[in-house]
Design a protein around this ligand. Structure first.
Ligand SMILES: Nc1ncnc2c1ncn2[C@@H]1O[C@H](COP(=O)(O)OP(=O)(O)O)[C@@H](O)[C@H]1O
Ligand SMILES: [Mg+2]
Length: 354
């Protein structure tokens, strides 16, 4: 068994999740401690300024790497006696266009390994994209490893900045794809109107009225007609902002769109999921979960109901994938990213720099 730390900086730009697991990189996973280190508002804006692959990328990459290093050091201080064999460093996606065979996560693996004195695996997605895959989603194999003892089929929905679903069948077969926007549209709407970073607890959406016309127009977009595999960049849906609506009605409408996009994923499942387990920050938004529940005929529950930690799963996934990378096991499959064959990936930066 390996002791691995995973680091995730998601498209929500909220901060870095740090999580420890023990794993064989196959079906044995023992989750350990986890912490989130929120970005200071100033750095959040620095990171936002390089989305799209523009601006002061090198400087931001170095600041991002240092922030990750400090997060791991702090995590290890708070959990004395914990040691890691490897760190899975996802970095931050600033550009994702698989159709152009390009996905870009910033983060300096060599710097992180040197500074921590721990081997680091980084650059998880580019081998998949180079081989013709979508480069996302990458957590599905970990979802399947977590779900070994659960009755299936189930759907695991991760609502981060973008949302992605993993349908897991009875033989632990996985079908995964991005479903549409996650929190990003709602966050951006609220930020633009109020300066707050999210619609906390769905407070605005709850008092607003959904514009059905906007939701229907949104659902008629070609993305939803497209069968999986498919993946999205953070801002691929930015043009659906319902500019003419009030703050509350816009929040309600974007929340409904996000839920509707996720529910539409059902149409591509090989068999009905018995239930939906929801992970990621979006599960803290009751308006979003209620909207999803109204659109699905099966139970929708946060992953905590099966004992998982929904604030840590993405970070745990990259700890798991770092171990798989060291074990030379595939990180992605034709049914998770559309890559033509099961594909290994990740790049090792040793603590010695060798
Ligand atoms: N109490 C809450 N109410 C509403 N939304 C929340 C709440 N807590 C977290 N969120 C949402 O979750 C997001 C963070 O989710 P996360 O899973 O970290 O996404 P990512 O992987 O993209 O970083 C926040 O930006 C916010 O939109
Ligand atoms: Mg996050």
């Amino acid at each position: 068994m390996w002791r691995a730390i995973g680091l995730m900086s998601g498209t929500s730009l909220d901060g870095v999740d740090v999580a420890m697991i023990e794993t064989d990189g196959r079906d044995r996973v023992i989750p350990g401690a986890a912490l989130t280190f929120p970005y200071p508002p100033q750095f959040r804006e620095r990171l936002r300024s390089v989305l799209g692959g523009v601006g002061p990328i090198a400087d931001v990459e170095e600041e991002l790497t240092r922030f990750h290093a400090e997060a791991v050091e702090d995590f290890l201080r708070q959990h004395r006696g914990t040691a890691a064999d490897v760190v899975g460093f996802h970095g931050h996606t600033i550009f994702h266009r698989p159709a152009e065979r390009r996905t870009w996560q910033i983060g300096d693996g060599a710097l992180l390994a040197r500074r921590l004195g721990i081997d680091v695996v980084a650059d998880f997605r580019s081998a998949d994209v180079a081989a013709g895959g979508e480069g996302a989603p990458f957590a599905p194999l970990f979802h399947a490893a977590l779900a070994t003892t659960l009755a299936k089929p189930i759907a695991v929905l991760n609502i981060g900045g973008v949302a992605n679903v993993s349908w897991i069948g009875e033989k632990a077969n996985v079908l995964a794809f991005d479903t549409g926007p996650g929190n990003a549209l709602i966050d951006d709407w609220v930020r633009r109107h109020t300066g707050a970073v999210a619609d906390f607890d769905g407070a605005l959406a709850r008092v607003g009225r959904v514009s059905t016309a906007h939701v229907e127009r949104f659902l008629s977009r070609p993305f939803f007609e497209r069968p999986p595999p498919k993946s999205l960049d953070r801002d691929d849906f930015r043009d659906v902002m319902p500019a003419e609506l009030s703050l509350e009605d816009g929040a309600a409408t974007l929340t409904e769109m996000t839920a509707a996009a996720a529910a539409a994923a059902t149409g591509y499942f090989p068999a009905l999921a018995r239930e939906w387990l929801v992970t990621g920050g979006g599960r803290h938004n009751p308006a979003l979960l209620e909207a999803l529940g109204r659109r699905l005929s099966v139970a929708v529950r946060p992953v905590e109901t099966v004992g998982w930690d929904g604030d840590a799963i993405e970070a745990q996934a990259f700890a798991y994938l770092a171990v798989r990378s060291l074990e030379r096991l595939p990180l992605s499959l034709p049914t998770t990213t559309g890559v033509p064959h099961p594909t290994c990936g990740g790049r090792l930066f040793t603590r010695s720099g060798a």
